[in-house]
Design a protein around this ligand. Structure first.
Ligand SMILES: Cc1ncc(C[n+]2csc(CCOP(=O)(O)OP(=O)(O)O)c2C)c(N)n1
Ligand SMILES: [Mg+2]
Length: 526
């Protein structure tokens, strides 16, 4: 009979896990050894939440599940931001933590936290593995990760149980498949037929279904402008005649102009968790997703839940009667009004955010993966970056947690081995700076672009808007050249567009781990 840790390694390997991200404690060494013996790679992170961010991105790129490992109390609680991200950003990540021997709970308190209570609000399921039931518990936890709306699960393993022999069973867990009713399809078609100005709104739930060709075909047949959300950027290429822009960054995102003037919303894989203001669109809404409209439920006139590609195919022959001034023409007008206005840098030796992103876009291939951290640079990057292919843009947007950007880029480059760009603020980079070591250890083609403004710019801007004094939002940055050299990354400091182009071209060509310090003019974010 296998031991409990062997059973765990066996079951996650069977579920397709070939890498675990984590930072172990003494209680994990038997499990770590079983991962080694099962040929599962272990990526040793420098901070536990990084492990969850990486497991999320790994899952999203491979269409699989992510796995992370930490020790008990301190390691588990250090993973909280990561798990909270996986919860609100709908990521199928299995977190395995250690735990104290159940016999000692109540007697011994050193490093002991009630991890079930800690993780229950931010997981789909949390349980302690017990030798008698571990096999079924692991099966259940793995099946839950991706059933319905994806999300994290937490299992804890008391060190005392690690080497107990356990009974292994394999219960096939049924994935519920929802049949799409002909009645619902007919109702959706009627709504579309009577719409003069339909709009498509896509969100984080397009992955892992990837119904991108069906989405494009349906939008084109309806002449419906497409608005994406940060986590679905690239679903329709940014240069497509029907692509409008990205929603979910501010209360007045420019794309609201198109959304507000539409008369029917086709919401596909949409999740209001990505919006910074409550949902209050009065138009008829057709809900298409792999999970029920829930949490919070928004008003919809028709709910189609199931395989998104099949649903979109079923709607493809909907009759259309859109206004002539809608569709491609309306999108073109909107773009012209918007893109004529972007500022260039006003401060000396500073580059504007638009110039920085435009030169990165011009010097990288269409399929380049971009990740962003959280702050003013995130809002600007989500609104301005032209994503040309699906699933090439990674951001924490449900939780919007700092520290995600760098770790996401590491996981993306590790999984794809392709040039990956991380756009991060200086404060966000400082939170996870230790992870720079992983880029060099794994020799990844990651370009870390740090927007140096010596400030929590987004928070400083909130002070300015309220006419408050700047207080507690500015800081001094380290010498980034020395940081790059200490970690073993190539380095360049950038003060204008041509320097940016030269540095990005060099980084892409060399595929070397690179840190680019961009002397940003934060006035350009506004
Ligand atoms: C872990 C975490 N702490 C705090 C915040 C709140 N917050 C959002 S943006 C921001 C400032 C980020 O500063 P920086 O990384 O330099 O980006 P900038 O706004 O300057 O572009 C803060 C503190 C957060 N989202 N996540
Ligand atoms: Mg900053």
């Amino acid at each position: 009979m296998p031991t409990l840790v062997e059973l765990f390694a066996d079951k996650i390997a069977e579920a397709g896990v070939d890498v675990v991200f984590g930072l172990p404690g003494g209680e994990n060494v038997d499990l770590l050894d079983s991962l080694r013996r099962w040929g599962i790679e272990f990526v040793l992170v420098r901070n536990e939440s990084s492990a969850i961010f990486m497991a999320d991105v790994h899952a999203r790129i491979t269409r699989g599940i992510g796995a992370a490992l930490t020790t008990l109390g301190p390691g588990a609680s250090n993973a909280y931001a990561g798990i909270a991200h996986a919860w609100l950003d709908r990521a199928p990540v299995l977190l395995l933590t250690a735990q104290t021997d159940p016999k000692l709970i109540g007697v011994h308190t050193h490093q002991v936290l009630d991890l079930g209570s800690v993780f229950r609000p931010v997981t789909k399921f949390t349980a302690q593995l017990m030798p008698d039931s571990a096999s079924d518990t692991i099966d259940y936890a793995i099946a839950l990760l991706k059933s319905g709306r994806p999300g994290p699960v937490h299992l804890s393993l008391p060190a005392a149980g690690a080497l107990k022999e356990v009974h292994s069973s394999s219960r096939p867990t049924r994935q519920s498949t929802r049949e799409i009713s002909a009645e619902d399809v007919a109702r959706a078609k009627n709504l579309l037929a009577s719409s003069r100005r339909p709009v498509v709104l896509v969100g984080l739930g397009l992955e892992p279904d990837r119904p991108y060709s069906q989405l494009r075909a349906l939008a084109e047949s309806l002449h419906a402008p497409v608005i994406d959300m940060p986590k679905s950027k690239g679903a329709l290429p940014a240069d497509h005649a029907l692509f409008v822009g990205t929603l979910g960054l501010t209360a007045n995102d420019p794309a609201y102009e198109i959304l507000d003037s539409s008369d029917c919303i086709l919401a596909i894989g949409f999740d209001v968790v990505e919006l910074v203001r409550p949902w209050r669109q009065p138009q008829p809404l057709i809900w298409i997703a792999n999970w029920n409209d829930q949490d919070p439920r928004i008003d919809s006139d028709c709910e189609l839940v199931g395989d998104i590609a099949k649903i979109l195919d079923a709607l493809l022959d909907s009759p259309v009667g859109v206004d002539e001034a809608w569709g491609e023409g309306r999108v073109q007008m909107w773009r012209e009004a918007r893109f004529s206005k972007l500022p260039t840098a006003s401060a000396p030796n500073r580059i504007s955010p638009a110039d920085a992103l435009d030169s990165i876009r011009a010097c990288t291939p269409p399929e380049v993966i971009v990740t962003t951290d959280v702050g003013s640079h995130k809002i600007f990057t989500c609104l301005h970056w032209k994503a040309m292919q699906p699933n090439t843009f990674f951001v924490s947007n449900g939780l919007s947690v700092m520290g995600f950007g760098l770790t996401a880029a590491i996981a993306a480059a590790r999984a794809t081995r392709e040039p990956t760009v991380c756009i991060t603020g200086d404060a966000g980079l400082a939170m996870v700076m230790g992870e720079l070591a992983l880029i060099v250890e794994m020799d990844l083609p990651v370009m870390v672009v740090v927007m140096n403004d010596s400030a929590l710019d987004l928070i400083r801007f909130a002070q300015t808007r309220k006419n408050l004094q700047i207080f507690g939002t500015e800081f001094a940055n380290p010498n980034y050249e020395a940081i790059a050299s200490a970690f073993g990354l190539s380095f360049a400091r950038i003060q204008n567009k041509s320097e940016c182009e030269v540095a990005v071209q060099a980084a892409v060509a060399s595929r070397r781990p690179t840190l680019l310090e961009v002397m940003i003019d934060p006035a350009g974010y506004r």
